[in-house]
Design a protein around this ligand. Structure first.
Ligand code: G4P
Length: 529
């Protein structure tokens, strides 16, 4: 066997992923347990802390606290066996924002958590749509089996029909709620018996080899035969695991367990490390970049403002795509055509921010940013590359910004445009009036925007409801058709921060009707940066 280069050796170990779920399905709990298995135990406390602060209010102290904490846990790197795992946090409660979506463009795999009682929920559907933009491979964890929930087969059916992805069960639950006895691991033909362990320790329950082992009947009684019958049924009705289909995003391997009890989590993590892809090649405008190329390159997928309130510091999160980052190296900031020396990038290992000496493809580094870096920016060792696939997502919430002091209009416009460059909110200027309409995918973004306008730009403004429900970017090949549309739809047209044409629909029905009336016009829910 040929020797791996240092870069290749790092590459094969890396697994970079995010968790997608609806709030309360158990993402935070599962994250803690994953970190526990990865040996980063203190981190677990921090994640919990973030959760404690999740009940957002408009109170700025709360906002600050919440953001401060969520930053330290926004990227978590931990070793697991031979692997180095990068878990990118996807803000999910009131801190849900476009960052959540964009983070999914920076991972190579995702883990979907489903609450066994609730099944597929709305937020999960949206996040799945984003994963589908890049056919991201997805592992599924059905959580809270220690509680009464829905039938496992029914959950699989729902995932298949609602999320349009094939399910391949890898573990199967024995009972549920009070009758929950454990999971049978189809991969290794063995049963893991359940014992409730709410604490932070890793406990191994009894493992019984073989489905026909009499010990199984001895311990779980009639449920052993129920399990065998169910498995027969399931194996007839569902799909066998196929690694290629998983990697193509066509099939999701499914695991059952209880995150809070550390149960089923190890099987999940083991399979994740086995199945999930190492850092993948990525498309730029000019060519495909392979991770094992020796020249460094990467792109910025998120900018976190005010990490340290005392310093008004902003950090740009960059995903390394090829080559390696070495402390002190020179990088080319492609959009502005300048070389920058990066001596103090940060990484987010365990529970502390540390300065990294080096980073490899799949890793995330934080670059200090004084306003020059934008989301979507590419950094290289010299080549003029531009990474693709970091889109703007159509916002789902809209507010009109109203100035308290009308003389501050200039300052407001400047502030709003700059905040929008950071990518947390988007701005729309209707053709029919001088309104400034903010759009976001998370409600907290409006409070953050109002606060920062006051704090950083000296503009007193409030946000108020506006009758816009959806926004779609308008595209049309035929200039004549487009002109006709622009005339007819004048009332609903606006431009975004980059002067791109946008249709603002007051209702979903309005959008539907407009789409039916104008079949030649494309109404896009995402736009490339
Ligand atoms: P999230 O990050 O996806 O929003 O979910 P989180 O982990 O915060 O979990 C939401 C709630 O579900 C929490 O309860 C958590 O304890 C509970 N939970 C997570 N995993 C399991 C599980 O396997 N079984 C059961 N029965 N519950 C689970 P909470 O009451 O909101 O918070 P707490 O008071 O328990 O901390």
């Amino acid at each position: 066997m040929s020797q791996l280069s240092p870069l290749e050796a790092q590459l094969v170990k890396r697994r970079t992923f995010a968790i997608i779920s609806h709030p309360d399905a158990g993402k935070t709990t599962l994250t803690e347990k994953l970190l526990l298995f990865g040996g980063a135990i203190q981190m677990a406390g921090t994640v919990k802390g973030r959760k404690a602060a999740r009940h957002a209010t408009s109170d700025w102290m709360e906002l600050e606290k919440q953001r401060g904490i969520s930053v330290t846990s926004s990227v978590m790197q931990f070793p697991y066996g031979e692997a180095i795992v990068n878990l990118l946090d996807t803000p999910g409660h009131e801190d849900f924002s476009e960052d959540t979506y964009r983070t999914l463009t920076a991972v190579d795999a995702a883990l979907m958590v489903i609450d066994v009682a609730k099944g597929v929920e709305e937020r999960t559907i949206k996040l799945m749509d984003v994963c589908r933009l890049r056919n991201t491979p997805i592992l599924t964890f059905v959580n809270k089996l220690d509680r009464e929930g829905r039938d496992a087969i029914e959950i699989l059916d729902e995932i298949e029909s609602v999320l349009k992805i094939q399910c391949a069960p890898v573990t199967w639950p024995i009972g549920m709620g009070k009758r929950f006895k454990g999971v049978y691991d189809l991969r290794h033909d063995r049963t893991h018996l359940f014992s409730a362990t709410h604490g932070g320790r890793i406990q191994e329950g009894e493992v019984i080899d073989g489905l026909d082992n009499p010990r199984l009947d001895e311990i779980v009684g009639d449920q052993a035969q129920e399990l065998r019958d169910e498995l027969e049924l399931v194996q007839g009705a569902s799909h066998d695991f196929d690694h290629a289909d998983y990697l193509a995003g066509i099939q999701t391997p499914v695991f059952f367990g209880s995150a809070i009890n550390n149960f089923g989590v190890k099987e999940l993590l083991d399979a994740f490390v086995d199945y999930a892809p190492a850092p993948l090649s990525r498309q730029t405008r000019s060519r495909l970049v392979e991770p094992q190329e020796s020249a460094f390159s990467g792109f910025v997928f998120k900018i976190q403002a005010n990490m340290d309130p005392a310093h008004r510091d902003r950090v740009a999160f960059l995903r390394v795509c090829s080559g390696s980052y070495k402390k002190g190296m020179k990088m080319r900031h492609v959009r502005i055509g300048k070389a920058v020396q990066v001596a103090n990038a940060i990484t987010f290992q365990a529970d502390e921010r540390r300065h990294v000496e080096e980073a490899w493809p799949g890793d995330i580094i934080g670059l200090h940013n004084h306003g020059t870096i934008q989301i979507g920016d590419t950094f290289t060792e010299g080549e003029d590359l531009k990474y693709e696939g970091i889109p703007y997502f159509a916002p789902e919430l809209f507010r009109r910004v109203v100035l308290k002091d009308p003389l501050k209009m200039k300052a407001l416009q400047k502030g709003v445009l700059q905040l929008c460059e950071e990518g947390a909110t988007q701005v729309f200027r209707p053709r029919k009036n001088n309104d400034l309409i903010l759009g976001a995918v998370g409600i907290l973004q409006f409070d953050v925007a109002a606060y920062r306008l006051r704090d950083e730009y000296g503009v007193e403004a409030v946000v108020e409801p506006v009758s816009v429900a959806l926004a779609r970017w308008v595209r049309c090949e035929d200039p004549k058709m487009l002109a006709r549309f622009e005339e007819k739809a004048y009332e609903n047209l606006a431009v975004d921060g980059d002067d791109q044409l946008v249709y603002l629909a007051p209702t979903r029905v309005n959008l539907q009707l407009t789409q039916e009336r104008w079949p030649e016009i494309d109404f896009l829910a995402t736009r490339e940066l």
